[in-house]
Design a protein around this ligand. Structure first.
Ligand SMILES: Nc1ncnc2c1ncn2[C@@H]1O[C@H](COP(=O)(O)OP(=O)(O)OP(=O)(O)O)[C@@H](O)[C@H]1O
Ligand SMILES: [Zn+2]
Length: 632
């Protein structure tokens, strides 16, 4: 029986497209391993895998292509070798490299039918987004955080791109919650990590991203007091090195500041006021506690155990800072500071113990060091099944992409126990990446000057007037008052293969911004050093900016309810569904605990910013099989 009998049966005509396709998979980590397996088993003809990393022990629990003997070997190469065994009929290529490497230039990207992102960072995602837009190759973008995940199809001119939606900034907390009225363990942990530790050993609280000052004006009186408190702590910092430093710090933050807060009766009308600690009382009990307790990260420490770890870690940090200061003074380097790092035991012990002492003062449940490490380090566990589901959804979307059926591609949101589908947004007309016109130029890098680009391409070929500015990735390189660079070679201006140039038309009735992708390749017309790449019969024209930018229609997709699906058990309700299928609305709408968990975990993911809460549909077959309505 031919190996592809079943895929042919289930995919029909699409199978030929799959077989003939050339795809790129960026990232061979959690999602990447699952996705590669799916692509190979589905029979995608040629698959390129790229990953810059080597295999680590911690990857083995979910990156199932890797085994213990592969540790320290390149992910891309091992993934290729293992996946190849699943299906000898597909051709695999592995690249152990950074996708941002110049050798992966536009020409290389343009050779793929689809690109899949299975990455873990915004920088690489943005790069791939930009490259795919520049060569008009569709991109299937995906990501997971814990039990949540998403898949987004990106197609130039038809859908929003990765940069069309602003990405959320990391989670922050109001200053007053952290400094005066904590109510949850995370507030005490953030206090220790982003206030106390930096005040004593690092940069000032003003620079801590986790502290949100936007409500300061409403609490002017309290904020003034808090500033005074911080000033007093700075004075104590000057005592570092003296024998009594630890006691000074302790008394300041766990006694005096707390006594001041406890006196503010208004604050404690509905809750128990904080109770200060006595250094001497704890010191008496401490003699029976071994400081090695710090190594027991699973058990929640008692007040006195936290006290011992607090003093011990403070001593370790003081010694370390004074040694680093001595070295810096000798070599004339700037004064060092100690920053929080969850994998640095000294800072981790300090944050755990100080955070717990504060929690006990405010009647908040203390946590184990292990739990505090997760919270302080914003560690969100990677879940193998979430990755697997997201990887499966990527392939389902890819079938529609291959058929050029963008009206049916969807934005998919995997939640806790649910899967929602959403229409893809049209491109955002304000997007700095995809709202601009795009062009490619071939450049003879030995000869080409900025003048060639401005004169031959912008003025002569595209009809730009005098008032034009040109920017490279490093900044402004040309405007009517900055003509010095015109005679310089592009290479001398650090513009090379896979670089981008942004052109802004400053004339009356200006054109939209133009992004020019640079490709180092001798132009076909040998008389030219820079040549615009144009498809035959499709001369590039840069449109004028509309008077008032209207939101374009994009490729409006129909609202096809039956295309939505949710994977869940259970039944209810009726709707526009194929006969024999049943529907019920999502049940994690307004899920407080999920929202809270997301906040606590510092889920900064842009992944969830665009969620519009569309009602989703459950489709169950009577036999329990999942049906994907609308996927023919
Ligand atoms: N610029 C890049 N070029 C190529 N591969 C990249 C680039 N940036 C990230 N990656 C790869 O993308 C993959 C993302 O996978 P994943 O999110 O599972 O991360 P991980 O590093 O394997 O696991 P974790 O971060 O949870 O320890 C990683 O294997 C990483 O090496
Ligand atoms: Zn965009």
């Amino acid at each position: 029986m031919p190996r592809d009998k079943y895929t042919r049966q289930s995919l029909g005509a699409t199978q030929r497209l799959v077989k003939e396709s050339r795809v790129l998979l960026v990232g061979a980590g959690g999602i990447g391993c699952e996705l590669l397996k799916n692509l190979v088993l589905t029979g995608f003809g040629e698959i390129h895998i790229i990953d810059l990393d080597t295999i680590d022990l911690s990857n083995l629990n979910r990156q199932f292509l890797f085994r213990h003997e592969h540790i320290k070997k390149p992910k891309a190469l091992v993934a290729k070798d293992i996946a190849q065994k699943f299906n000898p009929n597909v051709t695999l290529f592995a690249h152990h490299a950074n996708i941002k490497d110049k050798k992966f230039n536009l020409e290389w990207f343009s050779g793929f039918n689809i690109v899949f992102n299975a990455l873990d960072n915004m920088d690489a995602r943005r790069h791939v987004n930009k490259m795919c837009l520049a060569v008009d190759v569709p991109l299937v973008e995906s990501g997971t955080t814990g039990f949540r995940g998403q898949v987004q199809v990106i197609k130039k001119g038809k859908t929003a791109c990765y940069d069309c939606t602003p990405k959320t900034t990391p989670i922050s907390y109001p200053v007053c919650t952290i400094r005066s009225t904590p109510s949850q363990p995370i507030h005490c942990i953030v206090w220790a990590k982003s206030y106390l530790l930096p005040e004593l050993f690092g940069v000032s609280e003003d620079e801590a991203a986790e502290l949100d000052s936007s409500e300061d004006a409403d609490n002017a009186e309290e904020i003034k007091k808090l500033k005074e408190e911080a000033q007093a702590l700075k004075k104590i910092r000057a005592l570092m090195g003296s024998g009594a430093f630890g006691k000074h710090v302790f008394d300041k933050v766990f006694k005096e500041d707390i006594e001041r807060l406890a006196k503010m009766e208004d604050m404690w009308r509905d809750k128990k006021p904080p109770e200060p600690f006595s250094y001497d009382a704890l010191e008496q009990e401490a003699s029976v506690v071994d400081k090695a307790i710090a190594q027991n990260g699973q058990r929640v420490w008692s007040a006195v155990e936290n006290f011992v770890v607090f003093k011990d870690s403070l001593d370790r940090l003081v010694t370390r800072l004074s040694q680093e200061q001595a070295v810096a003074s000798k070599s004339g380097e700037p004064q060092p500071s100690i920053l929080f790092d969850k994998d640095d035991d000294d800072t981790m012990d300090f944050v755990a113990a100080a955070g717990n002492l504060r929690a006990i003062i405010f009647g908040i449940e203390p946590k184990s060091k292990f739990d505090i490490k997760q919270m302080a380090g914003n560690i969100i566990p990677a879940i193998a099944t979430t990755n697997a589901m997201v990887a499966g959804l990527c392939v389902l979307q890819a079938f529609k992409v291959l058929k050029d059926d963008y009206a049916r591609t969807r934005w998919l949101w995997l939640g806790i126990g649910s899967l929602r589908t959403d229409q893809l947004d049209p491109p955002n007309p304000e997007c700095p990446v995809c709202s601009v016109a795009m062009a490619r130029v071939h450049v003879d890098i030995e000869k080409a000057t900025l003048g060639d680009l401005v004169q031959d391409v912008l003025r002569t070929r595209l009809g730009y007037g005098e008032e034009v500015t040109v920017m490279s990735e490093a900044g402004l390189i040309y405007d009517p008052d900055l003509e010095d660079n015109l005679e310089k070679k592009l290479s001398d201006l650090n513009i090379g293969d896979a670089g981008f140039i942004l052109v802004k038309d400053e004339n009356d009735n200006p054109r939209v911004d133009l992004q020019i992708a640079i490709e180092v390749k001798k132009p076909e017309d040998e008389t030219k050093a820079v040549l615009l790449v144009e498809k035959e019969g499709e001369a590039l024209e840069v449109p004028r900016k509309p008077e008032k930018q209207a939101v374009p229609d994009g490729d409006q997709v129909e609202n096809d309810d039956a295309d939505g699906l949710v994977i869940m058990n259970g039944v209810s309700s009726t709707a526009k569904l194929p006969a024999g299928k049943r529907k019920r609305p999502l049940d994690d709408e307004g899920d407080e605990s999920a929202t809270q968990a997301k906040k606590l975990q510092g889920m900064s993911s842009a992944e969830f910013t665009n969620h519009r809460g569309t009602e989703a549909i459950v489709i169950d077959e009577d036999d329990g099989a999942l049906v994907i309505a609308g996927d023919d």
